[in-house]
Write a new protein. Sequence first.
Length: 235
Amino acid sequence: MAKIVILTGAGISAESGLGTFRDEGGLWAHHDLAEVATPEGFARNPARVHDFYNARRRNAAEALPNAAHAALARLERAMPGEVLIVTQNIDDLHERAGSRSVLHMHGQITRARCAACAGSWDAPPEMRAEAPCPACGAPATRPDIVWFGEFPHHMEEIWAALRAAELFVAIGTSGSVYPAAAFVQDASRAGAHTIELNLAPSDTVSDFAEARHGPATDLVPAWVEQVLATRPARD
């Protein structure tokens, strides 16, 4: 079981050019989330929802991992089997930076899912609701994204990791979306040391034992350097 559990949010990808959602000027300031990020919105107008996520998919494909993503991948390589990244992000920048132990609790923009049989597959650059499912043939293609009102992925595995962690670190998250906003409390109750690395104090900053604020591309590499410098030497 991982000793270090790291939660990442939109703030870690913002410096790669991917917009955050809840900040002033973020994506939700320009789109009605009820129309593009709920099952009901998809049922009303699947073409509009696909247009929204097709644009997000293009943006994600054009973005490059930044120094924060690279630092977390370095940490995982230096501590194999001891680091787990739980991300609220739907992009694949962690994987492209080299991280392998990544759980996408809100799904992935690079994946498609069938609303009829729940089968999933690699998403094409442009998705359409009427495209047939490769498994069952139903014209029920949707992005493999967890929308508002749906249950996040991998939660049993995440909760088990939080209970076993020695260190929980939240990077670039607003602390306003549950269940992720409660992870710091879950980890603290289990005895983990908790750290927030965020551009500004989150809604849950008071729940952390330690907090550092500034750009992720500055904070995360510095924190990784600190962890590796203080790591006991192996025999």
